[in-house]
Design a binder for this molecule. Structure first.
Ligand code: KG4
Ligand code: ZN
Length: 343
């Protein structure tokens, strides 16, 4: 019987569910964004996030099953994001998935959220082959990894302070834009003029693949205070976006050079950014390589990537046991899936 995996994602402020069929691929995916719930607070309120997941999860599962014209009896395994993320939010998905799997004696697969992001491009028509360099740029993490296969991740560099998405969000706040800031800042940057402001590309003047983005928002704040007019905001957004994009592009090219790989996979919320996508495609193609991205909906948090990542680790799934949720969980702790299942 072919596997049909129910994927559950509740690590932050999106409740998402998906159904992945091992032969036919993705059957359905549903998502509820809590952006409106947290907007008044200017960021995610963990307790509100967890409570809202409780309300949303079951209707979303029902609606995904309806979309796929399936019933609960058709599901053969359950995968859920086990970490990293907000512990209260994670526990809602983990408890739901564990209870669901236990009640139907189904295998349960705890999935690493970043492995989910990293494998999201595998859901596209022309997926990347291993090995590749991966840039993961989200709200909580920014790292470059050498990926030899599923679970074979060597971290080449990571942020020493703010993640790229976090820098977008904090700078957006400073510019008076609503939460979540990344997409709003990118929109404002489209109206900005290039060249009016320029920010130093952090940590590109020295060897290595680490990032540091926390100084950038201070530089934007200082420039905003000096300019003193609202009209400068679009120009500042433009210069900020160009700075982040340039920095990420420089480090990606360096990582490709260092590994002698030709394929680059870019995932996580920031990979939805148009300028980043354009620039990376341009630079990587001109080096004779190829850049792969998830479709925009699957750059940000979603359950399709969790259902897929869960499927790749089905052979090592457990039948029952304690609820697994970890707020911190280094990607480098993962190893290749055991058993004969593989992507
Ligand atoms: O992967 P994700 O949905 O959640 C985490 O795992 O953190 O990433 C969310 C991050 C947020 O910081 C958001 O502002 C950023 O991705 N983001 C963007 C864009 N869309 C989302 N940043 C820049 N440009 C975008 N278009
Ligand atoms: Zn994420």
């Amino acid at each position: 019987m072919p596997a049909i995996v129910l994927g559950i994602e509740t690590s932050c402020d999106e409740t998402a569910v998906a159904l992945y069929h091992e032969q036919y691929g993705l059957l359905a995916h549903r998502l509820h964004s809590q952006a409106a719930l947290h907007e008044n607070y200017g960021g995610v309120v963990p307790e509100l996030a967890a409570r809202d997941h409780v309300n949303r999860i079951l209707p979303l599962v029902r609606s995904a099953l309806d979309d796929a014209q399936l019933t609960t009896g058709d599901i053969t395994a359950v995968a859920h994001t086990a970490g990293p993320g907000l512990i209260g939010a994670l526990l809602v998905g983990a408890a739901f998935a564990t209870g669901f799997a236990f009640s139907r004696s189904l295998p349960l697969v705890p999935v690493h959220h970043l492995e989910g992001h990293l494998l999201a491009p595998m859901l596209e028509d022309d997926p990347p082959r291993f090995p590749f360099v991966a840039l993961l740029a989200s709200g909580g993490h920014t790292l470059l990894a050498e990926v030899k296969g599923i679970g074979c991740y060597r971290i080449l560099g990571e942020t020493l302070d703010d993640a790229a998405g976090e820098a977008f969000d904090k700078t957006a706040k400073l510019l008076g834009l609503p939460y979540p800031g990344g997409p709003h800042l990118a929109k404002l940057a489209e109206q900005g003029r290039t060249g009016r402001f320029h920010f130093r590309r952090p940590m590109t003047d020295r060897a290595g693949l680490d990032f540091s983005f926390s100084g950038l928002k201070t530089a934007v704040a200082t420039a905003l205070a000096a300019a003193g007019d609202a009209a400068s905001k679009a120009d500042l957004a433009r210069a900020f976006e160009e700075c982040i994009v340039d920095t990420l592009v420089i480090k990606c090219c360096r990582a490709l050079e260092q590994t002698a790989y030709t394929r680059l996979v870019v995932a996580g919320g920031v990979s939805a950014n148009h300028r980043l996508r354009e620039q990376l495609i341009d630079k990587v193609t001109s080096r004779g390589g190829r850049a792969y991205f998830p479709r925009p909906d699957f750059c940000t948090d979603n359950a399709a990537m969790i259902a897929y990542a869960g499927w790749t680790r089905l052979a090592e799934a457990r039948r029952s046991g304690p609820i697994i949720a970890r707020s911190r969980w280094p990607l480098s702790e993962l190893s290749a899936p055991t058993g004969n299942q593989s992507g």
